[in-house]
Design a protein around this ligand. Sequence first.
Ligand SMILES: Cc1ncc(COP(=O)(O)O)c(C=O)c1O
Length: 453
Amino acid sequence: VAESGLDLTPEQMRELGYAAVDAVVDHLSTLRDGPTFSPPPPDLAERIVEPVPEDGSNPVELLGWLRAEVLSAGVRNHHPGMFAFIPVAPTFPGVVADMLAAGMNVFAGSFQSGPGASVVELEVLGWFRELLGLAPAADGVIASGGSTANLVGLAAGRDRRPDGGADRVAYTTSEAHSSVARALKLLGMDRVREVAMDERFRMRPDALAEAMAADAAAGLTPWCVVAAAGTTNTGAVDDLPALRRVADEHRAWLHVDAAYGGFLALTERGRAAMPGLDLADTLVLDAHKSLYCPLLAGIVYARDGADLERTFTVRPAYLKDMDHYGGVNFADRGIELSRPFRALKVWLTVKTFGMREIRAALDRSLDLGQLAARLIGESPRLDLVTGPSLGIVNFRSTAGVAVERMMAEVISAGAYISATTVNGERTARICALGHRSDEVALRSVIEAAAGAD
Ligand SMILES: Cc1ncc(COP(=O)(O)O)c(C=O)c1O
C-alpha cells in the first residue's frame, strides 16, 4: 500500500523500475544499429514542452514518449562511432550504481549520514593513489565534473599562498581547458599569464621560469602553475618534473589537469607518457572520461590531502554534531554539502570488471590513436597535424576539403568527429576513448573523412 500520495506500491515501483532497466538495456544492445549523432529536429521544443499537469499520469507510459521525443536526438557519447570531443562511455554496472545511490538516497556529505559511502570513497581514492603512484599523504574527493574538480584544487592552492594577496599570478597555456580560466576567475585570481609552448603544445619550462622571474622582480607573487596531462585539443602532456622544479623556485603551487587522460596512466604506455603526476600539489582526473563511469565523477587529489579540508571545512551551528561519529566528512573536501554517492559507480565498475579489463580498454584507446595516425599518414587525401597523443589526433585534407565537409561525411557514415583549431588552422580531430570503439569504427571514420570532397 502506498504510504503517501507520492509513494508507489511495490508492484508499481517494480513495473516502472523494470521498464526503465529494459529501456536502457534495449538502448545499449541496439546502439550499433543507430547513428552516433542525430541532429535535433527543428521543432524539438514544441514537441516536448507542455503545460504543467495538474493531474499525474502513468510513468511507464511516459517512458516510451521520453525515449522517442526527449532522449533520441543528440550525441550518443557511448556509441562505438563516437570520436568527437571527449567520448564518455559508461559501463552498465556504473549506471546501476547511480540508480542504487539515488534509490537508497545516500547522503555522502557526512560520515554520520553515509558512513559506508565515506569508507568506499576513501577506498576508491586509495586504490588510485596507489595505482597512479601518488604520494602516501595524497587524498581527495570525487567532485562533480572536471570543471568543479579544477575549481576545488585551485581553491586549495590559493589558500596555501595567502601572502601574495591580489598580486598572485597564475601561469598556464592557451591550450588549458576553458574550465581552468573559469575557475581562476571564480576564485578572483585575475592575474593569469599564458606561457609560451613548444611545437608539441607543451608549456615551455624556460618560458615559465622567465615569466615567473619577471613577475617576482616586478614585486608580484608567482603563485600557481596550471599544467595539463592530456590537453583536450591535442592530448599534449606538459613536462611535469621540469615544471615542478621551476615552480619550486618560487614556492608555487602545481595544479595538474589530467581530467581527460589521467586514467590512461594506469597503462604502461600511458604512465610513460605522463611522468610526474605524483608531483602535482593538486591533480584532477575524471572517472567519467577515462574510467568509464557515468556522468559525473571528477576526482581531485591534493598531494597533502589535508589541504582540501583546510580550505573547505565549515561548521555552522546546525552541523556541529557532524563529527560525533568520527570518520571522514567528504563535505569538508569540496564545495558540496549534500552530495551523491559518486564513489559507488567507480567502485562497482572496478569490482565488476577488475583493473585488468579496464587497463585493456585503455590500451585499446592508445592503440586506436596510433592506428588513426597511421591510417591518416597512409591516406593520400589526409595529412596528420598532431598526434597521436593519448588517443587524440588532428588532421586536415590534403585536397583543401573543408573540415565541415569531412565531418558531414563522417556523420553520414553513422559516426562522429569534432573540429578544433591548432596553430590557427581549423582541423578535424579524433579522440579515441570510448571502450566500444574499435578498428572497424575507426577505419570507417578515416575512410569517410578521406572520401569527402
Ligand atoms: C582537460 C580537461 N579538463 C577539464 C575538463 C572539464 O571536465 P568536465 O566536463 O567534467 O567538467 C575537460 C573536459 O573535457 C578536459 O578535457
